[in-house]
Design a binder for this molecule. Sequence first.
Ligand code: NAP
Length: 318
Amino acid sequence: MKAIRIHQFGGPEVMQLKNVPDPDPGPGQVLIHTRAIGVNPVETYFRAGMNPNLPLPYTPGSDAAGEVASIGLGVRTKAGTRVYTSGSVTGAYASMMICDAADVHPLPDNISFAEGAAVNTPCATAYRALFHRARALPGETVLIHGASGGVGTAAIQLARAAGLTIIGTAGSEKGEQLARELGAHHVLNHRSPGYLDDVMKITEGRGANIILEMLANVNLGKDLSILARNGRVIVIGSRGKVEIDPRELMMRDADIRAMMVFNTSPENKASIHAALGAALETETLKPVIGRELPLADAAQAHKLIMEPGAHGKIILIP
Ligand code: NAP
């Protein structure tokens, strides 16, 4: 089979496409023919060496969609079943991979393999941020601060189906248009000076009940000043340090909560994927694919995902 292998941490060029032996599933495992692979920012951080304990060499990635090729002892699915994954034992950037059975979920017929590969990290993160961490309620207003990328596009759709009012931000005209088409009621550009003042106008001075924050190191200080009373900021993404004024929180009885999708308990993970499966079937959730590239171009995908101008997900095709 073909697989991207990383033998040393470094820039995108350390990802090399290799021929490696096909793996065999052990007890409780599933071998999957991958048809599409989701690229996430976290895979660039790990490739660059953010987790030095990661054993080398390795194949990156956890999110893919494809068909079951074979199963290990005790697994009940059957060969040919269309699935998407929420974790990988051998790494998703490959033409085949082994997963634990708990990380293999049915892919509804109305969802393509590329869309299926875009489900796990972005949609599970958006769901957990909105419903487990923020405890979002219908009628509340959510500011999706970074609505044009993988997590943001999923969050718009999930929040819209749950009856929230959505203010989404993007940094390009294309991203703004995408956020609007997906169901954001109001769209702002996070590169326009003073754009957050519009959140107060839109909410008639009350502020946002919830902020899903994709770049906390840039925005967290200002976020606190546009929160409603009892508001919650959920820190999803951050790439550095930031200064905040705790009085902004005190005045509003407000919370900063953070999350890491890897921290989801097995029970919550099963529940989140049950919800996502239903949303995919009914098409209240339809992952947005921005770009498809061949697996051999994984390095190019890692460069693109760190550039501004997000428009849904970047997918690799083995
Ligand atoms: P992505 O597809 O690359 O999208 C990045 C998003 O951030 C785009 O909407 C981008 O908008 C936006 N952005 C850029 N500058 C911004 C600014 N100044 N203010 C607000 N938003 C800004 O990435 P993703 O998969 O959606 O992930 C988003 C972030 O969350 C990443 O940092 C990622 O590492 C993190 N994340 C964390 C978890 C977790 O478990 N905590 C899980 C998944 C992702 P434009 O490109 O339009 O400017």
